[in-house]
Design a protein around this ligand. Structure first.
Ligand code: FES
Ligand SMILES: [Fe+2]
Length: 340
């Protein structure tokens, strides 16, 4: 390259236009206040305890003999043993080290040696929900919003759960896929029958939803309602050809810069007869193949992305609004002193 050409390359190379960044999970010690999946329901049987990475620390999920599952900080307030190597006794979790027992509210109710339980000996009690075959924890003292519901009551659903891959990015990056209508067309070959889906998007304080009637590139006609709740939940329900199918995908937060996707898929059991349930199971299998393939189409992109809002166009109208939503999203870390 001649000197003149090098000079002109330098002058024209201004670098990409960058919008305001989105705070990463863990930035300044804070995490988004949303519902995060921790594990599948059947990972924890009655009387069982397991440990999981969550946020920037460690939690346990234990299920009492009464069947109730709860998510707590993992480290014993006595001298810090990890309760995941403890034992469930009745409805309490017992620390392996000195046999202090904690009840399902996280309070120490008994010490092994008989000293009175110190009133400050408490675990962090994450708001916990068990729904759609998944155990969820909210990052906060109190949940700020509810998990979404399907059109049909939970007890009429046939549910299948996939604990999918772990991706090399925060969960909100996956959530950005739903408002990203350019990628719906080119990555997933979902071709909307209506011209401008952006004007049909409805927002509320905890997310948005819109309806899409489209030809799915892989075959079926779809009529879906797509939604995002908070920073970590994708919700889809509607028709594949002439039958109803629903999905709730939770993006976990095992540590900053990583997430695992939990895909809970649902079909309707109809009358509940043997034949209807068999049909619901068959449809569930078909729907899960579509949804797993859709997630696979995103995998390489999300595993390598360095997400940063840059030059957006008209086709990014809804994405731009969701990015603003993320910039202003509440972040906190009330369990920091317990789980780290
Ligand atoms: S460290 Fe748990 S009881 Fe002592
Ligand atoms: Fe996608």
């Amino acid at each position: 390259m001649t000197m003149a050409k090098m000079r002109s390359a330098k002058i024209t190379s201004k670098g990409p236009h960058l919008g305001d960044p989105i705070p990463a999970e863990g930035e300044n010690g804070l995490f988004s206040q949303s519902w995060f999946p921790i594990c599948r329901s059947y990972d924890i049987r009655p009387g069982e305890v397991k440990g999981f990475d969550f946020l920037d620390g460690r939690v346990i999920v234990f299920r009492g003999e009464n069947g109730v599952a709860s998510v707590k900080s993992a480290y014993c307030p006595h001298v810090g043993a990890d309760l995941s190597v403890g034992k469930v006794v009745g409805n309490n979790i017992r620390c392996a080290f000195h046999h202090w027992d904690y009840d399902q509210s996280g309070k120490c109710v008994k010490t092994g040696i008989g000293d009175p339980p110190p009133p400050t000996a408490c675990l962090f009690n994450f708001p916990t929900l068990e729904r759609f075959g998944v155990i969820w924890a909210f990052n906060g003292e109190e949940p700020l919003f509810e998990l979404p519901s399907f059109r049909h009551p939970d007890n009429e659903l046939e549910i299948g759960v996939i604990a999918g891959d772990t991706y090399n990015c925060d969960g909100w990056v996956f959530a950005c896929n739903t408002p990203d209508m350019q990628h719906l067309k080119v990555v997933h070959k979902i071709m909307p029958h209506h011209a401008d889906p952006h004007k049909d998007v409805e927002w509320d304080p905890w997310g948005f939803h819109y309806n899409v009637a489209a030809a799915h590139g892989q075959g079926p006609e779809i009529g879906w309602r797509l939604a995002i709740r908070g920073t970590s939940i994708f919700h889809q329900q509607g028709m594949i050809d002439d039958w109803w199918f629903g999905v709730i995908a939770g993006f976990s937060c095992p540590r900053p810069g990583k997430h695992q996707i939990f895909l809970a898929c649902a079909t309707h059991r109809g009358s509940g007869s043997v034949a209807d349930v068999a049909l619901a199971k068959e449809r569930l299998e078909r729907g899960m193949i579509i949804i797993r393939r859709t997630a696979d189409e995103d995998r390489d992109i999300l595993n390598t992305i360095h997400y940063r809002p840059g030059t957006l166009t008209k086709g990014d109208t809804t994405l731009a609004k969701y990015l603003d939503f993320l910039r202003g999203y509440p972040r906190a870390h009330p369990s920091a002193r317990f789980i780290v």
